[in-house]
Write a protein of this length. Structure first.
Length: 136
């Protein structure tokens, strides 16, 4: 009887190990899928800008009503700026468009911050520090 219990416990542990590894693989695939979706969106925005349009980028910025969507927009703009600074041949129009939109976004953020400061609305004046202590 103890032997049967030991066999059952061994199979259970083996099954749990398999399930755990499967869960880790599923999590990794979900992260990879999310990164691929982000890269696809950045590529589409970049290609739109290269063809003289900025529909996706402007929609992204206009939909930035709450803090999370603002952070998402800022993150995508930082990534797009990194792409723009890589001097991709034939993508000068995209690079100029990204820089112009980033400047406009920065001005909008400063205006929002100044408005929140004037109103004394501290929740809208969120400030973050990076690991080196710089404020962003």
């Amino acid at each position: 009887m103890f032997e049967a219990y030991g066999d059952l416990e061994g199979r259970f542990e083996s099954t749990m190990n398999i399930v755990s590894r499967s869960g880790q693989q599923i999590d990794e695939l979900a992260r990879m899928r999310h990164r691929c979706q982000d890269a696809k969106e950045l590529f589409q925005i970049f290609m739109e800008l290269n063809s003289g349009q900025s529909i996706r980028l402007m929609t992204l910025l206009e939909d930035s009503a709450n803090i999370e969507s603002l952070r998402d927009a800022a993150k995508k703009l930082r990534r797009l700026l990194a792409i723009a600074e890589s001097n991709i041949p034939g993508a000068e129009q995209s690079s100029e468009g990204i820089r112009a939109v980033a400047e406009r976004f920065e001005q909008d953020m400063l205006a929002r911050f100044q408005k929140a400061y004037a109103e004394g609305n501290m929740s809208q004046m969120k400030v973050r520090r990076d690991p080196t202590g710089h404020i962003s």
